[in-house]
Design a protein around this ligand. Structure first.
Ligand code: HEM
Length: 462
């Protein structure tokens, strides 16, 4: 509609999409307390087991404060991220080893691989390793690839994500809920059954061991091994367990939903754009070779010098966000923003594509041009507090995982660029950059020809 802000009425609800950074900052920076609520949806209610988690909690209430505080101070604080560093590196190594194995299995030393699956695999492994201290729910695979259990698990993550705040008729007309007209409730239930199947045995066994076992949680003999231990061992001021079993189960699912999708989507689009513009690919590789060399793999301590690689990831967040809109925010009072009355209960949707591709903000908005993020020679990072595009958003409900999310995104991209050359598959002339008709993913998952580009001794051994 060529407007910065609109108001659309769906059922009894005013839905307010926004495409202008100045207005977006009015909502999420100046008035963020007013717009810190989230909608109640059938899907978010069942995924969060009745709103026990931080991200899908509709209210800024005691439950949200408790969960947000423990996420920030205990689960993804900088201290905790340092503690989890080796687990992240093990999974980055596993990714490189897996791709290398695929290439070595083929005559010619190259393999056509699905970059979407690589991204999902790495991100899923990192979160599984953090939470449950394991990569595989089942027997796993000797070459480092995902087993059937992990594939089913990641499918469930994306099913749950696709329905979380999707348009569902009964969220706007709640008296239709019992009919489940669009089938959302059934599909979310199926995804939750998959989470229960894989998470519950691990959680139950650990609870038995730590809380109810003979050692008892209060005089535990060993140090926590992973985030599940941390969740279980957290205590309130009276020395009692801080989290119920239901809260642990719900927050474990939310961690997967929060951490897997964005880094994987950014990898896929960045690589696709780079293959079609080889000069960008070349610049990124030259930077990695200059900063890291070819005798060791990229480490997190190199990130501050990989500004061009980070600019490429940033450009993907701008041009190819994961979803059309930011997570929805709901207003708690009638408020006036830029002269418009926004009634209490309105859903405010910052448009990720409306902001990131806004021609009044971005020169040649549809062109993938990482250089636009390098302007003053200062360090590049992936956050965008001015909301000229949405990466981690900002304000009271802004992402709590910026450090971890950035580290995962940069590592995934940098390791794959350093370890392998990437080209269009044999017989094809370019990557088709068309978007899917029902999401912002590439219409076809990116398949590209990978070939090792480092001396063989640098690749992690099997
Ligand atoms: C590249 C990776 C990531 C991106 C781009 C990203 C982006 C976002 C965005 C856009 C939001 C919504 C903010 C809003 O409502 O305005 C959000 C919320 C959130 N993110 Fe992330 N995120 C990433 C990784 C993570 C990770 C790794 C975690 C945790 C381990 C995490 C935890 C959360 C939580 C808990 C919320 C909800 C906060 C609340 O409602 O109070 N995110 N994220």
């Amino acid at each position: 509609m060529n407007t910065n802000i609109a108001c659309i009425r769906l059922g009894n609800i005013h839905v307010v999409p926004v495409t202008c950074p100045k207005l977006a900052c009015e909502f999420l920076r100046k008035h963020d307390s007013v717009f810190a609520f989230r909608p109640i949806t059938v899907a978010s209610q069942s995924i969060s087991r009745g709103f026990l988690t931080v991200g899908f909690q509709p209210w800024v209430d005691e439950q949200w404060k408790k969960m947000r505080k423990l996420m920030v101070s205990e689960i993804i604080s900088s201290k905790r991220l340092r503690w989890l560093h080796d687990k992240r590196i093990e999974e980055a190594d596993n990714l490189v080893r897996y791709v290398y194995n695929q290439c070595s299995n083929n005559i010619g030393g190259g393999a056509v691989l699905d970059a979407r699956v690589l991204g999902w695999q790495y991100c899923g492994n990192v979160v599984r390793r953090f939470l449950f201290n394991k990569r595989y729910f089942g027997k796993g695979r000797a070459d480092g690839g995902p087993g059937v259990e992990e594939e089913e698990h990641i499918d469930a993550v994306f099913t749950a994500l696709s329905f979380l705040f999707a348009f569902c008729i009964s969220d706007y007309l709640p008296w239709l809920r019992w009919l489940d007209l669009d089938g959302h409730q059934r599909m979310v239930k199926e995804a939750l059954e998959v989470f229960n199947k894989y998470h519950d045995p691990v959680i139950d066994e650990r609870l038995q061991e730590l809380r109810d076992g003979k050692d008892g949680w209060h005089d535990l003999k060993r140090e926590p091994q992973d985030l599940l231990d941390v969740f279980i061992l957290l205590k309130d001021d009276k020395g009692k367990p801080l989290l119920s079993t239901e809260e642990i189960r719900a927050q474990a699912v939310e961690l997967f939903l929060a951490a897997v999708d964005n880094p994987a989507n950014t990898l896929e689009w960045t690589l696709a754009e780079m293959i079609n513009q080889p000069e960008i690919l070349q610049k990124a590789i030259e930077e990695i070779d200059r900063v890291v060399g070819k005798e060791r793999l990229v480490q997190e301590s190199d990130f501050h010098k990989l500004n061009y690689v980070k600019a490429c990831a940033r450009e993907s967040f701008r041009l190819h966000p994961l979803s059309a809109f930011n997570l929805p925010h709901v207003s708690n009072y009638d408020t006036t923003i830029a002269g418009y009355l926004i009634p209490k209960g309105s859903y405010v949707l910052l448009s990720r594509i409306g902001l990131g591709r806004n021609p009044k903000v971005w020169d040649e908005p549809f062109k993938f041009k990482p250089e636009r993020h390098l302007k003053d020679g200062s360090d590049v990072d992936l956050v965008e507090p001015e909301l000229r595009f949405i990466s981690f958003s900002t304000g009271k409900r802004g992402c709590v995982g910026t450090g971890l999310g950035s580290a995962m995104t940069i590592m995934l991209l940098a390791r794959l660029l350093q370890g392998f050359s990437w080209e269009v598959p044999p017989g094809e002339s370019s990557i088709n950059l068309a978007e899917s008709t029902h999401s912002l993913f590439l219409a076809q998952p990116l398949r590209a020809l990978a070939k090792p580009r480092l001396p063989s001794h640098v690749y992690p051994a099997n």
